[in-house]
Design a protein around this ligand. Structure first.
Ligand code: C5P
Length: 439
């Protein structure tokens, strides 16, 4: 029996998605582990699963009709007393209603009245999930403090393959335990908190991560993560250098997210215009050689190394000690360049204490082939492909769109959204895949 669930009151909201059948397993797991579960179904959910099933599993009446009251249980009293409100599956329709504060059925009305933490497990077709409307709705919920239990990539009921498959009941169960373990959910801490006072309509502490969905912190606990970020700067003379347009945003977001998820994070950064995320150890470097040396210091003490830096491929063979002068009789200048060490490949090829190694492939054409080739050549566990030819994603942009490959092929695709959200999807995937590789 799970300690986090003993004597906890959990409202399980079930909406009308095919994944509703998985909510039965979730309900069973929660009850088996000591929780009191109250199920609220939307009218369309009852077309997929009979409410008697949930009544048998939970041992309590199931609520569907908003006018259907017993003496002392209404949507208000249910919502007042719960320790956690989890909606699994959460359809795009219910998510959008929650965003707008609709109260057109027992479930949406109870959400509106809830003062406990709320978690939603989206389940839908991948195009519906990636649609900007759904993404913006999820971003809005996240900013209000709602936990978004990111759907998995895989086969969908509609026959497509993509992101939108509801997390497995066991995964949602783990998330619930983490939420209850890490959030302020005891009565004394939430009692009396207004659920809207014209500012943060969340019953929980303000979010530490701006603009991001929250994941149960436990994902990263126990992991030491080393991340390279930003460009490297390769001097030519005291006033000139070779570099690139990398802003460092993606690497910094990954560092911030990994730290927020409970990991111990070291960030090796080239020169960028960003503040070091709170709680992250930062090592500043300029050149690829300096970056390699910092990475070599930490790699074998890390569980995961993520190469997000845009390392200059070449550096000047000889750095002039004085400023190079423009000569009147010289129309061209030949600069001799030598190859820089490949930092992430050095990590990937380590023979002892090799960490789980993740690289990035920023490509302008033929991305999939180059990414897979790099994964093998650099001995990586995962490679993250992003198309930097599109101006609205990749270098310097605030958004990104990525595809992730392991040695057997594509394992995930995350459609265009903020780098903050991408960082959360990606870190969760990296932690999960790394854990699996060790099992
Ligand atoms: O070969 P390419 O530069 O495209 O590979 C990109 C991946 O390799 C990124 O993860 C980047 O951080 C890493 N890299 C590196 N050292 C280099 C070049 C790239 O760690 N010298």
């Amino acid at each position: 029996m799970s300690e986090q669930l003993k004597n906890r009151k959990i409202i399980l909201g079930v909406t009308g998605g095919i994944a509703a059948y998985k909510a039965c397993t979730l309900c069973r797991l929660l009850v088996k582990n000591g929780a009191s579960v109250f199920v609220i179904m939307t009218p369309s959910a009852t077309k997929l699963i009979n409410k008697t099933t949930f009544e048998a599993l939970s041992g309590h009446r199931v609520f569907v009709d908003i006018f259907d009251r017993t003496e002392d249980i209404s949507h208000i009293s249910l919502a007042n007393e719960a320790d956690l409100f989890v909606i699994a599956p959460a359809t795009a329709n219910t998510i959008s209603k929650i965003v707008n504060g609709a109260a057109d059925n027992m479930l949406t009305a109870a959400v509106l009245a809830a003062i406990c933490p709320i978690a939603v497990a989206p389940a839908m077709n991948n195009n519906m999930y990636n649609n900007v409307a759904t993404q913006e709705n999820l971003n809005t919920l996240n900013k209000r403090g709602v936990y978004i239990l990111t759907p998995n990539y895989g086969n969908l009921a509609c026959g497509s393959v993509g992101t939108g498959r509801m997390k497995e009941p066991e995964e949602i169960f783990d998330d619930i335990c983490s939420i209850l373990a890490h959030r302020l959910t005891s009565k004394s801490e939430t009692e009396g908190l207004p659920n809207y006072q014209g500012k943060l309509p969340s019953p929980v502490k303000p979010l530490e991560l701006s603009q991001t969905k929250l994941l149960p912190k436990a994902y990263g606990v126990g992991f030491k993560v080393l991340i390279t970020a930003g460009p490297t700067v390769e001097p030519i003379d005291p006033v000139r250098y070779i570099s690139n347009y990398s802003s460092g945003k993606m690497g910094y977001m990954l560092a911030q997210t990994a730290q927020a998820l409970g990991a111990e994070v070291t960030l090796v950064s080239g020169p960028v215009n960003l503040d070091c995320p709170k709680g992250v150890r930062k090592i500043d470097v300029k050149t690829a050689i300096q970056m390699l040396s910092a990475v070599e210091d930490y790699a074998q003490r890390s569980d995961i190394v993520i190469g997000c830096a845009a390392v200059a491929d070449y550096r000047a063979q000889n750095v002039a000690s004085c400023k190079l002068k423009k000569e009147d009789d010289q129309d061209s200048l030949c600069l001799n360049l030598v190859k820089n060490p490949d930092i992430i490949a050095t990590v990937g090829k380590l023979e002892h204490n090799r960490p789980f190694t993740v690289g990035f492939a920023a490509e302008t054409e033929n991305g999939v082939n180059y990414a897979i080739e790099k994964l093998h050549k650099k001995h990586l566990d995962l490679i993250v492909l992003n198309d930097v030819s599109k101006p609205d994603i990749g270098f310097n942009a605030d958004d990104n769109e990525i595809t992730v490959f392991d040695k057997d092929g594509q394992i995930a695709h995350f459609g265009k959204q903020s780098k903050a959200i991408i960082a959360q999807y990606l870190m969760e995937l990296i932690f999960k895949t790394c854990k699996k590789s060790k099992d």
